[in-house]
Design a protein around this ligand. Structure first.
Ligand code: FES
Ligand code: FES
Length: 175
């Protein structure tokens, strides 16, 4: 996994205007500036997977209902399957391949320690959402976790282990 520290602020002023004006999507992905000459309606998910070969982000439903495609854009989790690449123009995107904050590391270690995944398909989205939760709330309750993770569906029903791993990661961050 790449370890890239990713800034979370969009460019402003002349830099942003250039990014928005010429039909080319400029987006910083995992700390690397990219230029994408593709249909502006292309979902960000397919730009990541097909153009940039970042296949850790998964396609599940395509209608913002399962969370498999979750990535960070400008510091917020988004569903990349319903986010056109034009919305990412001038933006900063981080995928599962490059999350490296203390919260992300704690989540990934907790995931491994109790062997959360079953088939694994949903898990990059789960890890992105769990990381976002702990970034905002270092001591989530069960209800906080259930609310934050409600948009991430797991067909293997790993929900109990996900909840435990988030609590374990929170404890590790406290220590
Ligand atoms: S593939 Fe995006 S939410 Fe399901
Ligand atoms: S681990 Fe199989 S869908 Fe979640």
């Amino acid at each position: 996994m790449a370890t890239v520290t990713t800034p979370t602020a969009r460019p402003t002023g002349a830099e942003l205007e250039e990014a928005l004006d010429d039909g080319i999507t400029r987006v910083r992905v995992n700390g690397v500036d990219r230029e994408l000459a593709i249909d502006p309606d292309t979902p960000l998910l397919w730009a990541l997977r097909d153009e940039l070969r970042l296949t850790g982000t998964k396609y599940g439903c395509g209608i913002a209902q399962c969370g498999a495609c979750t990535v960070m854009m400008d510091g917020q989790t988004i569903r990349s399957c319903v986010t056109p690449i034009s919305a990412a123009d001038g933006g900063i995107v981080t995928t599962i391949e490059a999350i490296d904050s203390p919260e992300a590391k704690a989540v990934q270690e907790a995931w491994v320690a109790i062997d959360v995944p079953q088939c694994g398909y949903c898990q990059s989205g789960q890890v992105m959402s769990a990381t976002a939760l702990l970034t905002e709330n270092r001591k989530p309750t069960d209800i906080d976790i259930d609310n934050a993770m409600a948009g991430n569906v797991c067909r293997c029903a790993t929900y109990v282990r996900i909840r435990q791993a988030i609590h374990d990661a929170a404890k590790k961050l406290e220590a």
